[in-house]
Design a protein around this ligand. Structure first.
Ligand code: GMT
Length: 383
């Protein structure tokens, strides 16, 4: 199949999932065309089955806001037509789903038929998409999609709750390629960050408000009161300065390392003893799954799709938003006893395995095939 994948090229989970999906489909013999405004961060090698088309937006003095969606639509039309794509798969509804709808309609006028699938990732529904300034367009573009998927049951329900959706939404969870996690080499990384054998706690996010990174730091300081510990913070974003300031004010920032954006946080996760994800909302929590794939137990909130990934009392614990005390208790319960810690590590790894790429990618493939089949029937006999 020839598949166009539209995605955000950044470190965010939706872009990571879309890239890994494309890479895996290319390995299975499909031809993948990534379409975005930058080369996706996790797309390291291009070849004849893995191609990248850049949406380049040029400035014009008239525009205070350059209309990216129109440029993207034109690119979709060009790629679909000249690369003879069979299907478009857009990740993150805004503005990808509406651009795909427009491209589909324009192509239809030219006698080219192409269905599009929309995958909802989270903030496109729970945060940004709900805003009145987007809502009607999002609702329309989702309803017009030839298939819609959500990365968790919780996100599926949120979508029905907040939008007037007439379509079915299939849950296809995010995934990890366990082979990549099993073969990580960490060299002397643990020795570098925890030379005195401190416990290593980590957190990965885009440092937006919704992540509540201040809670990560507070839980960490509570743990550190009881045992020598180091906190490795991966990522960057609007809240980072505030968090750095908070650490300075605690006067004990030598034990916290800000690693910034890492193309691949796997080796940091692999040397961790515990992963913290204290978000106010999280539709899935890909970083938690990535930690679990490294055999790292997770202390997280119980919001959104997190309990579908981090099983309470098994791979780690889930607590209410902002419940620093309970999160600390749970963390200390895991870290204070080697046998308990090892059991949680094994459980985390085993649960991550159920989200292995080999389990999930076939679900996307059969959806593509289903959509193609029913689309051909629909196009042949329009009502
Ligand atoms: O977490 C973010 O703000 C980034 C965002 C994205 O679009 O990449 O993440 C969302 O999609 C990820 C991949 O499906 C999910 O793992 C995250 O839980 C989800 N983020 C939120 O719901 C806040």
């Amino acid at each position: 199949m020839k598949i166009g994948i539209v995605l955000y090229p950044t470190f965010g989970g939706s872009g990571v999932v879309a890239t890994e999906l494309g890479k895996s489909l290319a390995n299975l013999g499909h031809e993948i065309h990534f379409i975005s405004y930058n080369q996706p961060v996790r797309l390291d090698a291009l070849n004849d089955r893995l191609r990248y088309h850049e949406v380049s937006v040029s400035d014009y003095p008239l525009f205070d806001y350059t209309p990216y969606e129109l440029v993207l639509t034109s690119k979709l039309i060009e790629v679909a037509k000249y690369e003879q794509l069979d299907i478009l798969h857009v990740h993150y509804a805004i503005p990808h789903a509406s651009a795909a709808y427009m491209a589909k309609k324009i192509l239809d006028e030219e006698g080219v038929q192409i269905p599009y699938i929309t995958t909802l990732h989270g903030t496109d529904i729970t945060l940004v998409g709900r805003d009145k300034s987007f809502e009607p367009v999002i609702t329309f573009a989702i309803n017009q999609s030839d298939a819609v998927t959500a990365v968790s049951e919780s996100l599926r329900q949120d979508t029905f709750k907040h939008f007037d959706i007439k379509n079915d939404i299939e849950v296809i969870p995010n995934f990890v390629d366990m082979n990549l996690y099993d073969s990580i080499e960490c060299g002397g990384l643990r020795q570098r960050y925890a030379p005195l054998n401190e416990v290593v706690i980590s957190h990965v996010s885009n440092f937006r408000k919704v992540k509540r990174v201040e809670d990560v730091v507070n839980v960490f300081f509570n743990i550190k009161d009881k045992m020598p510990a180091k906190l490795l913070l991966v990522g960057d974003g609007p809240e980072r300065s505030n968090i750095e300031k908070m650490c300075r004010e605690r006067g004990d920032c030598g034990c916290i390392v800000f690693l910034g954006k890492l193309k691949n946080p796997r080796s940091v996760l692999k040397i961790s003893d515990l992963f913290l994800l204290t978000s106010e909302h999280e539709s899935f929590g890909l970083s938690a799954l990535e930690a679990m794939a490294c055999g790292v137990p997770v202390i997280s909130t119980n919001t959104g799709g997190l309990p579908e990934v981090n099983k309470n009392g098994v791979s780690g614990f889930t607590s209410g938003i902002g419940d620093i005390e309970e999160m600390t208790e749970h963390a200390l319960h895991i870290l204070s006893n080697e046998e308990v810690h090892n059991q949680f590590k094994r459980n985390a790894y085993a649960i991550a395995k159920s989200f292995d790429i080999d389990e999930i990618v076939p679900q996307y493939l059969s959806l593509y095939q289903e959509v193609q089949k029913s689309y051909r029937i629909k196009v042949k006999s329009p009502l």
